[in-house]
Design a binder for this molecule. Sequence first.
Ligand code: IDP
Ligand code: MG
Length: 149
Amino acid sequence: GYSSMSGIPGVRERTLIAVKPDGVHRRFVGEIMQRFERKGFKLVGLKMLQAPEELLSQHYQDLRRKPFYPSLLQYMTSGPLVVMVWEGHNVVRTSRVMVGDTNPAEAHAGTIRGDFSIHISRNVVHASDSVEGAQREIQLWFHGKELMD
Ligand code: IDP
Ligand code: MG
């Protein structure tokens, strides 16, 4: 049965997906969640919040010296986020494929960014880019108790 899948290495992998303020404003929360559910991943954490700047500065710690960093923080604090943790086999890598290239102009049709965005500064969704990065981000955005087993 399905439960035996949890014995396969990597099957309990988790990633952080966030619908960014433009995605929430444009009513894409349901569409994005549906794509992950239909793909076969399991939702194990979910919250909606106005992100504190301090949290975002930790989330995007590697981008602090980029020229677009101030506008990125402005964008990410411009409205509420819907932050999720999804679990399943290879979820980190597969969700990056589902989300598409950072630059929507390069993102293929059929990906979230390819289908719903046109500019890198308003690219609708966040997805962790490595298993280690995902673990760091999940700890940043969720308490252990907020995640379902
Ligand atoms: P990712 O979201 O695909 O992982 P990162 O390089 O980690 O891409 O950048 C984080 C976010 O910063 C992007 O999703 C996008 O919102 C923003 N960003 C990245 N590069 C640029 C840029 O050149 N101009 C404006 N915003 C950018
Ligand atoms: Mg990134």
